[in-house]
Design a protein around this ligand. Structure first.
Ligand SMILES: CCCCCCCCCC(=O)SCCNC(=O)CCNC(=O)[C@H](O)C(C)(C)COP(=O)(O)OP(=O)(O)OC[C@H]1O[C@@H](n2cnc3c(N)ncnc32)[C@H](O)[C@@H]1OP(=O)(O)O
Length: 172
């Protein structure tokens, strides 16, 4: 069943302290995308800004599209893991995933003059790996990109507010 806009809970609002450029609600210079469930699919609707353009000012930049798809895919993997355990995103022991692989096929130019939509469906899952296939639409309903996002479960050090690298043995 789909949720009305007022009833929606967004995955990213439960990921406390997430500073990610694409999906971190705690990064005030980031895109701050928002994702939600629509039945078995997850959806992200994002209004691009004029500075998210490619060379033509009315076409969206491919890197920005990739960032939206990437973060929507990883956040969907996180939300799916919580949902599998019957928990709301962010409740109880934290679950984090990171991008292992991202493939984006740019089929058509994406108009920048209205909200874009990423719609993702789960296609593969093990304890550690989750794959979402993502379709990306411009505001006039044109499928402009299709993509796949492989997310890997990562330890809590990834969410350490002081950083990850101090936890990594540089000799390994
Ligand atoms: C944490 C906060 C997150 C909040 C949301 C943020 C969303 C933002 C998304 C991002 O931008 S994350 C930043 C970009 N990504 C990275 O920097 C990840 C860098 N890569 C790594 O740190 C490691 O390669 C990674 C954690 C992804 C995997 O290392 P592991 O040691 O956990 O994996 P391992 O080698 O044990 O492999 C586990 C399985 O995954 C497979 N695998 C690992 N890396 C893969 C890869 N890159 N491509 C395809 N498959 C891969 C591997 O073959 C194996 O498959 P099987 O289980 O079938 O044997």
């Amino acid at each position: 069943m789909s949720q009305s806009e007022l009833e929606r809970t967004y995955f990213q609002d439960g990921l406390h302290g997430n500073h990610c450029y694409g999906c971190g609600a705690w990064n005030d210079k980031g895109l701050q995308i928002k994702s939600f469930w629509d039945g078995d699919e997850s959806v992200c609707i994002y209004q691009p800004k004029p500075h998210h353009s490619a060379m033509p000012p009315d076409v969206m930049n491919g890197g920005t599209i990739a960032a939206i798809i990437d973060c929507h895919g990883v956040c969907s993997a996180i939300a799916d893991a919580y949902r599998t355990e019957g928990r709301e995103v962010g409740d109880g022991e934290k679950i984090w995933y990171a991008t292992a692989s991202l493939t984006v096929n740019y089929r058509k130019p994406t108009r920048i003059d209205g909200p874009v939509t990423a719609r993702a469906r789960l296609t593969e899952k093990t304890d550690k790996k989750t794959m979402f296939e993502v379709d990306f639409f411009s505001h006039d309903g044109v499928l402009t990109c299709d993509a796949s996002v492989l997310s890997l479960r990562v330890p809590s050090e990834w969410a350490d507010p002081t950083g990850l690298f101090k936890h990594i043995d540089s000799n390994s």
